[in-house]
Design a protein around this ligand. Structure first.
Ligand code: IVH
Length: 680
């Protein structure tokens, strides 16, 4: 037998080891998930690892280090950013605005460096914000923006929330110092989501992904940054100690081995033709790339040659940014019409004289809201600058007031809904006006379209022109009516025939079996996008259960904030919405319950529970379902592995067994305190 103190030391260092292992594991899975897009384990398992780490860190707060994955979020808002000086200046790049200028660059390099074989690395120029990360002994100690190249701002707390940035390098022998530079950016799809959400909330939208990335990084509250799906790609280094890199190719191969993300799309070019070919390739593919790019960056590969080439003013001679041609054009703003969205929001839309921007003809563009029209001082008849950013919807960037003839008209937002004529209201704190008529045909059309869309019931063959007819002819006045349509009626509609009618009826038939998450998404509950719908479905398991959930209960779920919680509660309290749901049930919609219990976070995640005795607030089965919804495992027998026994009135022997085994026994009240009271 070992003396007790020794046993204790062993135990402690075991937990220490466990913490270290968990952190490495989690960091590795983060990398696989967020950088490689190749997760190795299911989300629930990842959540369980995370929950274990949190538990151990709760027990040993002294061991919480800033590089722990648990420290990504949660830092308190800052009041201002402190300046951060770069040890090695962060340079900017000279531009080449045509293929000829790229060839000029190659000629300059060959003259200057007198090399018979000269290689370049060409990469897409990412359109975000450049930052520097400083790793000391493998730990991220500082992150800063480029600023003026000499001094930037310390945005460490925000950069820590970017999931593709490792808090610790993935190596046993980290270099003493590694300063790495790269671009923080947001993918186009995430950009669209953020803007759609902001539009729904009546907030001003971001003009382009770059502004969003920059705005998110320069947030004083890191929790806001954390919510914004930022990514990073590394492409350069500053000061190094303990790591030798001789070329860009070596850099791009080495950084990922340390867990640092790089953009896998690049080319090694031996000639000017190779460079131009890559420039054309990226230009051709840019709409299909997940991120925004406005050109390519061409760099001399070898670092010794870079040193020989040197720097002029703030730009290195050894690199150039080949920019793609402008994506803006001037056209005439013919009119401003107003469209009504699913939630009743009135959106002004610019009707434009057709104009081509980057190969795509633009005839209309959203103007977001009336404040936007006013801020840009757009008048009907103006010459305007339109722009396209990636696959992002075209925008009217500005008016050209100097070209006004004097007969341009100021736009006034209508006081009544253009579709149904009801009075519109501008709610407190919102930039948008809304039509509050729940049976407004314009809103209904949008709702039907959303309900049938890919992420929802995915009904093929239900396009917007058909929906217009169905609503305008009174064939569909609520969602359930879709399932009442028959072949004959459909076949008689414009642009329809027996075959397309048959196909649509079958598609609708197939859509009757719908998983809960898709239904919830399809209902168009404000604030509930596809991923929130998935979360709610996994939590509640059924529509009935979700309809009963309180605001506080929903707030206890990970990633659900007060806006969403209130929107969900409001939705189910609304009489019209209840009728829609009842109607959907009466036409035979079969809602497949989603297995509850896969939401892991919060106090019950991964816990084993036993219920005993009679509960007062609900039956034991209901309480068990709810606990499972919060990630708990509910079992019958008490053992040492049980985390809690919840004892209602007249508990049986299970509570005693628990006490004998040292398992905590919670009263019903204590249990509700832990997970939120059902009646709150
Ligand atoms: S290399 C001195 N590579 O472009 C060279 N820059 O105009 C260091 N950028 O401030 C930069 N993608 O923010 C490099 N693949 C890439 C890039 C890239 C975007 C940005 C970067 C820099 C700006 C220069």
């Amino acid at each position: 037998m070992l003396p007790p103190p020794f046993v204790r030391v062993t135990l402690v260092s075991d937990e220490r080891l466990a913490i270290d292992m968990l952190r490495r594991e989690i960091a590795r899975h983060n990398y696989r998930y967020h950088v490689l897009d190749e997760p190795e384990i299911p989300d629930a398992e990842y959540d369980a690892l995370f929950a274990r780490l949190l538990e151990l860190e709760r027990r040993h707060p002294d061991w919480v280090t800033p590089d722990s994955p648990s420290q990504r979020v949660g830092a308190a808002p800052a009041t201002e950013f402190t300046p951060a000086r770069h040890r090695v200046p962060m340079l900017s790049l000279a531009n080449a605005t045509s293929e000829d200028e790229l060839r000029d660059f190659d000629r300059r390099m060959r003259d200057l460096l007198a090399q018979s074989a000269l290689a370049y690395v060409a990469e897409p120029k990412l359109d975000g914000l450049s930052v520097e990360l400083v790793y000391e002994d493998g730990v991220l100690v500082r992150g800063s923006t480029r600023g003026d190249g000499i001094t930037g701002e310390d945005v460490t707390a925000n950069l820590r929330t970017v999931r593709t940035i490792p808090l610790r390098l993935d190596t046993d022998r980290p270099p003493a110092l590694l300063e790495v530079r790269g671009e923080v950016y947001i993918e186009k799809s995430a950009f669209r989501e953020v803007n759609e959400q902001r539009e729904a909330d009546g907030l001003p939208v971001f003009a382009n992904p770059r502004n969003l990335a920059a705005g998110s990084l320069r947030q004083l509250d890191p929790r806001v940054t954390a919510a914004r799906s930022l990514r990073m790609a590394c492409y350069d280094v500053g000061d190094l100690d303990g790591l030798e890199l001789g070329s860009q190719q070596e850099l791009l191969a080495t950084l990922p081995r340390l867990g640092l993300p790089v953009n896998p799309l690049y080319a090694v070019c031996q000639t000017a033709d190779d460079v131009v070919a890559f420039y054309r390739r990226v230009q051709g593919e840019r709409d299909d790339l997940p991120y925004e790019t406005d050109g390519v960056v061409v760099k001399v590969d070898r670092f010794d040659l870079r040193r020989a080439a040197g720097t002029v003013s703030r730009s290195p001679r050894w690199a150039v940014a080949g920019k793609f041609p402008a994506e803006r054009a001037v056209t005439r703003l013919r009119d401003i019409v107003v469209s009504v969205g699913r939630t009743g929001v009135l959106t002004p839309v610019a009707v434009l004289d057709p104009v081509r921007v980057r190969g795509v003809e633009i005839t209309s563009a959203t103007l977001h809201n009336e404040d936007d029209v006013q801020a840009k001082d757009l008048r009907i008849g103006d010459h305007v600058v339109v722009q396209r950013a990636g696959d992002v919807i075209p925008q009217v960037a500005s008016a050209l007031p100097e070209l006004r003839a004097g007969d341009e008209r100021v736009f006034v937002m209508p006081q009544t809904c253009p579709a149904c004529g009801s009075t519109v209201v501008r709610l407190d704190g919102e930039a948008a006006r809304r039509c509050l008529n729940t049976v407004c045909p314009a809103r209904l059309k949008q709702s039907v379209w959303h309900f049938a869309s890919k992420g929802a019931l995915d009904v093929h063959g239900l396009g917007s022109q058909l929906i217009d007819q169905l609503v305008d002819r009174g064939l569909v006045s609520r969602l359930g009516d879709l399932f009442r349509l028959d072949r004959q009626t459909l076949a008689g509609l414009d642009r329809m025939g027996p075959t397309s009618a048959e196909r649509l009826v079958r598609a609708l038939e197939a859509a009757r079996d719908v998983p809960l998450d898709r239904l919830l998404y399809g209902l168009g509950i404000p604030e509930v996008g596809a991923s929130t719908a998935g979360l709610l479905a996994r939590y509640a398991g059924t529509v009935e259960r979700l309809a009963q959930a309180s605001r506080d209960e929903l707030l206890s779920l990970p990633t659900i904030g007060p806006h969403t919680a209130e929107a969900v509660v409001d939705y189910f309290q609304n009489e019209e919405n209840r009728r829609t749901l009842e109607d959907l049930r009466s036409v035979g919609l079969r809602i497949a319950a989603v297995e509850a219990g896969t939401v892991a976070a919060g106090p019950l995640a991964g816990k084993r529970l036993v219920f005993t005795g009679t509960l007062s607030a609900m039956t034991r089965d209901e309480a068990s379902a709810r606990a499972r919804g919060l990630g708990a495992k509910v079992v019958d027998a008490v053992s040492r592995k049980t985390d809690y026994v919840i004892a209602g009135a007249q508990p049986g022997g299970k509570a005693e067994t628990a006490r004998a085994l040292g398992v905590p026994v919670l009263s019903e009240d204590e249990f509700w305190n832990l997970i939120g009271r059902p009646d709150a």
